[in-house]
Structure formats: structure tokens, C-alpha cells
Design a protein around this ligand. Sequence first.
Ligand SMILES: [Zn+2]
Ligand SMILES: [Zn+2]
Length: 194
Amino acid sequence: MPSCIICHLKINEHTDSYNSCKNLHFVHNHCLAEWLTHSKSCPLCSEPYSSSLLEQFEEYMDKKEQEKQDALDKEQKKESMKKMQDVANKILFLKSVEKIEGLIEKENYNEAIDLLLDLYEENSIEERGVTVLFLLGKANYLKGRYDLAINFLFKLVKIRYDYPDGFLYLGKAYEHLGLHDKAKWAYERIKETK
Ligand SMILES: [Zn+2]
Ligand SMILES: [Zn+2]
């Protein structure tokens, strides 16, 4: 008895179950079952396996196919869960921003800044980070902490050059500190970004 063309181990004709293609390339059944999930032809000579041979493995193939489908379904479920979570997070973020803008409007700067610092830690997404940096700059500017405002706004414009409002508050903050050259630079950037 020759050895199996898939695993190259000997086939014991008394104890092993086995099959072969028309050209007598022998294979263990357990090796063939795995192979059939890839191809329906002999791995050595590419001769298509007979339908009577394939029938023996039908149940196994169906089970494999089902397993594949289940894994796919699970993956899709995970994906859509993640998407839903992302949407929920985005809504949560927008609500927080709305609340913070309300606090800034009511000149409740300290509370707004506390919430913003929390948001800044939680949001690694660039778009949200930029929004938070802008509001941190604006709230600190309105509070009269021009140094901190400059700090945050400078971080912002380093990430996003096309943010006119960022440059506007940056310029105003520089002006309050008497840094007129820098203020002029910031105002010029506004024109460039428009
Ligand atoms: Zn084998
Ligand atoms: Zn063959």
C-alpha cells in the first residue's frame, strides 16, 4: 500500500479508511475531507474526484460549510454591534458638546472646562479631539486664561491647519497678552484657510 499523497504517511489498508482518484493516488479519508474543502480534484494529478467519492463526504462538507457560515454570521454581528456602538458614542459626544456650549454661553467656564478635559481623554478620534481642543481654547480665552487658551489652540492648529475659528481665538489671546506680531500671524492664517 503506498502512502497518502496529502500527509505522506503510510496508509494501513486494514485499519485506515482511504480513497483514491482514478489514477490511484491514495489518500486517507480524514486527509481527503480537509482537502475537499479547497478543491474537488486530486492534489497530485488534478483528476476530478468521482461523484460517488464526493457523496461519501457530503455530510462532512455540509457541516464545514455551516461552520464557515456561522463564523461569518458571528463576525457580521460583531461588526454591526461595533457600528451601533460607534453611532451611540458619536451621539453621546455631540450631546456633551451641546451641553458644554450651553455652559460656555452661560459663562460657566470652569464646569465647561472640566467636562472638556474629560472628553479630551476619552476621544481619540481626531475630528472629536479637534472640537474639544477648540472649545477648551475658547472657554479658557473667555475665562481670561489666555496662556492656556493659546496652549490648546496651538495644539489644534497643529493638527488642523484649516480651522479659521481656532486661529481667530488664538489671535485674540495673543493680543490680550500684548503679543501683536503673533496675533497678526494668526489673523493672516484665517485668510489663508478661507
Ligand atoms: Zn493522509
Ligand atoms: Zn490523482
